[in-house]
Design a protein around this ligand. Sequence first.
Ligand SMILES: [Zn+2]
Length: 492
Amino acid sequence: MTKKTVFELINELLIYAKKNLFLSENDLAYKRNRILEILGIDTLEECEFFEEVSDVEPSNLLSDFVDACVEKDLFERSEAEKYTDAVMGELSLLPSEIEKEFAERLKVDSKSATDFLYGYCVKNNYVKKAVLDKNPRYNAENGLIITINKAKPEFRDAKKAASGNSVKGGYPRCVICAENEGYAPRNKRNLRKVDLTLNGTKFFWQYSPYGYFNEHGIAVNYEHIPMHIDRETFARLMDFVDTIPQYFIGCNACLPSIGGSVLAHDHYQGGGEVLPLQKAKIAVDIGSEKYPDLEIGVIDWPGTAIRISGKNRESIIDFCDKVRTVWANYTNEELGIVAKDGDNQHSSISPTVIKKGDTYEFSIILRNNITSEEYPAGVFHAHPEFHIIKKESIGLIEAQGLFILPGRLDEQLKSIKDLIVQRKPLTEELSDFKMIFEEIKTLCNGDYSEENVDAAIKEELSSVCYRILENTAVFKDIDQTVKFMRKEVYGE
Ligand SMILES: [Zn+2]
């Protein structure tokens, strides 16, 4: 096949946008000229339009476009993202047009509204679906979901999280501020978001370009104010699932090391997948006559988590907020739980909710970020022997059983596999994997065939993730959790 020219590819992009991004026929010539301007060229050889554009997402088309432009010295390969972002931003509808379409669909059917928005964000290349689909991912036998995120660098800087990666006094104030829509320096020209009102406060919803699961997105406060959880949070989360009942939504614990990567800006995370915690069963029913319209239980889960279900919003808010305030002030030195030292708060909760019919189902995870001499990264954080697999904060998504492991593991585990299959010892370079390496070999049970080693690696990874969740458990057995609930929350 002969390679297409830049001009041909621009035409193809225009047809693609007409087909997939609602670009009007009348705007084709105008948009072509805008793209020429982005590329800094005045003219190119004429060519015909290709009417055949079958792509449902633009990654192949954009990759051909980048190749052709680099070959013609229109930009460097290292600048490719800047240019594809500019072109796709130009070919996308204006935010107000997206908002209007979403709002109209939402009046009729929330799924049609989110299908439209998510589809649009994939087609305009904001959500990098093709990259995401390449991430290894599997459902483990122990109920967890394990993914390796090859798209995003490992995030280790807790200080950056507190500042939300912002430059003091800069514009936009942080990476998730509403003002990012269309902002070139962060390649947000093709970002499109939609408005939501949560308990009377203006929020917006946007998808993550490198989401961790199906239709992963964030609901963000229009105001740049710090993450916090209070009584109102529960009402806001319920308003979200009232509006978009096919999604779950949750809030990270708002403390460093156990929360999200942007603590400086109030936001929630959610999306279109039922996570393992939400599927987990109740281990002990602790329903009480004191709360007649609620079902309450301790969840059968390696972390410490309570489930609260009901239809009555006020009862749910009262109860969830009671758990929050009691937990925030609960110290049990014998168990290593320290709620506060001086002005430093160490205990917080992480609530998530799904809607089943007209019943709200909350899962509340109890979290604590205290450190000790033995565990400088956190007593209830992944312990040091697991850091080679996961060192970053165990945030809301992982605490619910979907693990996002660093991309480097993909190569490292391939090397480990090769060593085991070839019956070679661990190399110096991979010496930090000593425990993992030995455990995988034990799981192989003498059969070092490729297939068996692959299976053993998967089992080992999910077992490590399970043990990490056990590390995060503030109560190490269910009875302790039941005792805490009955004594401290119920006052029995
Ligand atoms: Zn912000």
